[in-house]
Design a protein around this ligand. Structure first.
Ligand code: SAM
Ligand code: SF4
Ligand code: SF4
Length: 349
């Protein structure tokens, strides 16, 4: 195990990687299982019901997640997001939210979910201290929704989840829509029409080549510029400034004042230069990129008795070595042959 910094040694806060990018936020995947089988993430033909996901004792316990989160916060991280798999499948998730919400220094605590279980959990999550919710919703069309959930979900369940989130006091919501050419790109205007003026922010995400099993094809990516032009032709848009450095979505306001939308263009306009995000998998590995080949184990040292300072030192040391910029190098790296990459549901997007 590496040693904690010597007393008096100067530790840069927050740590910066080899490209001078600070460590600023952490996504925590709490489970690798999901009640959906979205073809762009966990295709049903690759993940049968008897697929071997992590066993219970392989997953970090809540107290372990809390300790690692505290180590990240001690290094300057201020934003935490819970994700998965489907995070609401993790039993007693509000209890984890409660633990994370009381860490001094956490300025933002959010959750990304497919929304189906929100009618059951939204109020408890709010009560536990969750600040913000992002709900994934790719289409309003019932048949397309069934296809995009791998035959496991109904759009009405997600709409009920959105209503439950509103009742619990989460506002504004972010609604994530992954756009696939020939699948749901013709339904984008319906989504915009439905949520314009609601206060919620729909964000269109370019289909990414995460992992190795989602059959990604570049032709299925709808570049954000094309989508934005289609939307703006119906409802004129005006560009907005980012809320903060490193914000991944480009923001636009409706010129008529009916709110805003966003575009996450990781394929057509990569934003690696500002990427300050670390990801923790459910089994305690630190990933420094969504497209990383492997993670850096934190569970081993944690279970072997590492102190808080030692954990923080391990994380900082790993961050300082970071050189990832996959999306900027996509063409070159893909041309090099088959790539090993972590799957999306392991690191949570
Ligand atoms: N299960 C939750 C959900 O779907 O919201 C949380 C985990 S999911 C991996 C997080 C986000 O990643 C979702 O908004 C999902 O749409 C997005 N996502 C998954 N696979 C993707 C892909 N290949 N390209 C772009 N976004 C993807
Ligand atoms: Fe599950 Fe979310 Fe992946 Fe869909 S995107 S399969 S809901 S983890
Ligand atoms: Fe960050 Fe990796 Fe995505 Fe680039 S490709 S923005 S480094 S997660």
């Amino acid at each position: 195990m590496s040693r904690a910094p010597l007393p008096g040694a100067r530790v840069e806060m927050p740590p910066r990687d080899t490209l001078a990018r600070p460590l600023a936020d952490l996504r925590i995947s709490v489970i690798d299982r999901c009640n959906f089988r979205c073809p762009y993430c966990m295709p049903a033909e690759e993940y049968a019901d008897d697929h071997e996901f992590l066993a219970k004792d392989e997953r970090l316990r809540f107290e372990e997640i809390e300790r690692i989160a505290r180590a990240f916060v001690s290094l300057g991280v201020r934003k935490l997001r819970l994700t998965g798999g489907e995070p609401l499948l993790r039993r007693d998730l509000p209890e984890l939210v409660r633990r994370l919400a009381r860490i001094d220094g956490v300025a933002d605590l959010a959750l990304t979910t497919n929304g189906v279980l929100l009618p059951r959990f939204a109020a408890a999550l709010k009560d536990a201290g969750l600040r913000r919710l992002t709900i994934s919703l790719d289409t309003l069309d019932a048949a397309t929704f069934r296809h995009l959930s791998g035959g496991r979900g109904e759009v009405d369940e997600v709409l009920a989840g959105i209503a439950a989130a509103e009742r619990a006091g989460f506002a504004p919501l972010k609604l994530n829509c992954v756009v696939l050419r020939g699948v749901n790109d013709d339904q984008v205007l319906d989504l915009v029409a439905r949520f314009r003026g609601s206060g919620h922010i729909v964000r269109f995400i370019e289909y990414m080549d995460v992992g190795t099993r989602n059959h990604w094809r570049r032709e299925a990516v709808v570049p954000s510029t094309e989508l934005k032009a289609r939307i703006a032709a119906r409802w004129p848009l005006r560009a907005l400034q980012p809320n903060y450095t490193g914000e991944v979505a480009r923001r636009y306001a409706f010129a008529d004042g009916a709110g805003e939308i966003g575009f996450i263009s990781s394929v057509s306009q990569p934003f690696c230069g500002d990427c300050s995000r670390a990801r923790l998998s459910a089994d305690g590995k630190l990933y420094t990129c969504l497209f990383a080949r492997s993670g850096f184990d934190l569970r081993g040292p944690l279970r072997a008795g590492a102190s808080d300072a030692e954990l923080a030192a391990l994380i900082a040391a790993r961050w300082r070595q970071r050189a990832d910029r996959y999306s900027e190098r996509r063409a070159e790296l893909r041309a090099g042959g088959t790539l090993e990459k972590v799957e999306m549901y392991t690191v949570g997007g």
